[in-house]
Design a protein around this ligand. Structure first.
Ligand code: PA5
Length: 426
């Protein structure tokens, strides 16, 4: 398996015949379409059924974007940007550029300074835009697109339309109307796939391909996960094991999960994971609160709380077995920094010691630990990992009797915002 799960406690003790039966019932209901929110289970078989013609069209469009632009501005919020951002950051080696275009995100916040400075940054560079919104009416990306559409039309005139790509619903939404009116190239967000489960659709694939990464390898990792994780085998299926452990810890009085990573490249996988689990599970007064830390960085900030603060936390470490480029500590003639005891060790080994030491310290402080190990940070592994999380998230939510695929609580701020801004009808 590409993801391996370890637990600081006794996992076997947690697996009862009743729990196995419950998980099997959840699997059956997802398969026969009777689970809550079944209309949004399209992501489940997507990696094995994605249309090869769609993949080719995305790759051709990515090539066209690379020929016409230096920068692709991707406009979207929530599930319409976090999947591609997570993959791009995980694959990008520090201080190295990707081989394709530079990707810059917009529309994920409302900041005049951000957008104004972005447009200044774009001056003098060739630009393309991919605006992504399933509903086609989300306010934050719509505002960003209004400014960027105007910017593109001022710069490129009629030809702006050849540089704007729209990813939205096939049938409805204000963005679809604009795309039709202006004759922008269009990609579809499938009806049965919600934003936070959409990374393997055009939503995630077009920006990832435009940046120069292999979407074929990403999809083949996801497809392997789909095939390997299909059976409810509590001994061997890591998605089931992770769901069982989370459910156990939640019920044992640990309502906060901290995902800890030791490689900066994973910090947007953390952001994507927080949205996936937070928006899928946090309903009806239930759900684990997903939080994140980057170690060692946060050992010198939040580490104090994790070690000694209120006992409500469990940690999930993501361990990357091989990180590619590395450095080895050398013997210094003069050991004035007193680091010669590390001579001969690679920094990956030192980082491993940080991880082991942190695990021991936090365990002794009463913080249970799950460890997820992955072999590397490449397209295939990341594809597998993200599918693993989506499947495990669905099981986790169903174990709490929650529909994983809606987000009713997101509406309240929107209604208030429309009232405050005097939107007609509010
Ligand atoms: O997971 C989700 O469904 C949400 O986070 C959406 O992706 C987010 O609200 C953006 O919605 P839309 O793509 O309709 O603009």
């Amino acid at each position: 398996m590409t993801v391996n799960v370890n637990f600081s406690g006794n996992y076997q003790e947690l697996v009862s015949p009743e729990l196995t039966e419950r998980l099997q019932t959840i699997a059956n209901k997802m398969n026969d379409g009777t689970a809550a929110g079944s209309d949004f289970l399209g992501w489940k078989n997507w990696p094995s059924t994605i249309d090869a013609e769609l993949v080719s069209r995305i790759q051709e469009t990515a090539k066209k974007i690379q020929q016409q632009a230096d920068v692709l501005v991707v406009i979207g919020i929530g599930g319409s940007y976090l999947g591609s951002k997570a993959v791009l950051e995980a694959l990008r080696e520090p201080f190295k550029s990707a081989t394709g275009v530079e990707i810059i995100f917009a529309g994920h916040l409302v900041s005049g300074a951000y957008l104004k400075n972005l447009m200044t940054y774009l001056d003098g560079k060739e630009v393309a835009v991919n605006v992504i919104s399933k509903s086609g009416k989300t306010t934050e990306p719509a505002i960003a697109f209004r400014f960027l559409q105007d910017y593109m039309e001022k710069r490129y005139g009629q030809k702006a339309a050849e540089r704007i790509y729209v990813t939205t619903d096939a049938e409805k939404g204000a963005l679809l109307d604009v795309a039709k009116e202006k004759d922008y190239a269009r990609f579809v967000v499938p009806d049965d796939i919600g934003g936070r489960y959409s990374v393997f659709t055009s939503v995630g694939l077009l920006p990832i391909a435009a940046a120069g990464y292999s979407i074929e390898s990403l999809l083949s990792g996801a497809k392997r996960a789909e095939q390997e994780l299909v059976e409810v085998h509590t001994d061997t299926n890591p998605a089931i094991q992770y769901a069982i452990l989370r459910d156990h810890l939640y019920r044992a009085g640990y309502p906060v999960e901290i995902m800890a990573v030791f490689e900066e490249r994973l910090t947007f996988v953390q952001e994507w994971w927080k949205q996936l689990f937070g928006e899928s599970e946090g309903k009806e007064g239930k759900g684990i609160f997903p939080a994140s830390v980057l170690y060692s960085t946060d050992l010198h900030s939040l580490g104090q709380y994790v070690q000694d603060g209120k006992r409500m936390l469990f940690e999930t470490f993501v361990n990357v077995e091989s990180v590619g480029d590395d450095l080895v500590m050398q013997q210094a003639a003069n050991d004035s920094d007193e680091l010669n005891y590390l001579a001969g060790k690679s920094l990956h080994e030192v980082n491993g010691a940080v991880q082991q030491a942190t695990a021991e310290a936090h365990l002794s402080g009463g913080v249970p630990l799950i460890t997820l190990s992955i072999p590397a940070l490449d397209e295939d592994t990341i594809g597998y990992l993200l599918y693993f999380y989506m499947l495990s998230c669905a099981y986790s939510a169903y174990l709490l009797d929650i529909n994983p695929f809606d987000q009713p609580g997101v509406e309240e701020y929107k209604v208030n915002m429309f009232r405050i801004l005097n939107k007609p009808g509010y």
